[in-house]
Design a protein. Structure first.
Length: 160
């Protein structure tokens, strides 16, 4: 290799990143400030909506225990919980929130997690019922009163 090239280490340069450098960089973005502001506003809005809907999803993620021949009436459930509106979480959202696989999400699997368990009032007419044991395809038969006591379930009007 020839000696005509000089090699410099970073420490050899005396320039430093300072306020002037930052001002020069920001000056280059001035023509695009509306675009940048718009993108930052959209990112903020999307982050807020994601957080809001995640919170709502957390309220309804398979927390409700409803008889297999009935369907949840989200308006009734929302009214019972003192909420304006609820939505059912998508499968990927439910798995992300609970850390469990869809089909294995149950009140029993969520005992040590920050979820409020809700039981439809119609279940109180039964002596026993089957609930998921926390694994897909595995169910356990349990007395309704035992389930309420074990999960500290809130009895709600959730079906028609």
């Amino acid at each position: 290799m020839s000696d005509e090239y000089e090699y410099f280490e970073e420490e050899d340069f005396d320039t430093q990143f300072n306020g002037g450098t930052l001002r020069r960089i920001l000056a280059q973005t001035l023509p695009y400030r509306r675009w940048i502001g718009g993108f930052l506003a959209m990112i903020s809005i999307v982050a807020f909506l994601d957080a809001y809907f995640t919170f709502l999803s957390k309220r309804i993620v398979d927390e409700g225990i409803v008889a297999g021949n009935r369907e949840i009436d989200l308006r009734k459930l929302a009214a019972s919980l003192g909420e304006k509106k609820l939505k059912v979480a998508r499968h990927d959202e439910a798995e992300k929130l609970t850390g469990l696989q869809v089909g294995g999400i149950s009140a029993l699997a969520l005992l040590n997690k920050p979820f409020e368990v809700c039981l439809d009032r119609s279940a109180l007419d039964l002596a026993q019922l089957y609930v998921s044991a926390g694994q897909r395809g595995l169910n356990v038969k349990i007395g309704v009163q035992d389930l309420v006591q074990l999960t500290k379930a809130k009895v709600v009007e959730a079906t028609e």
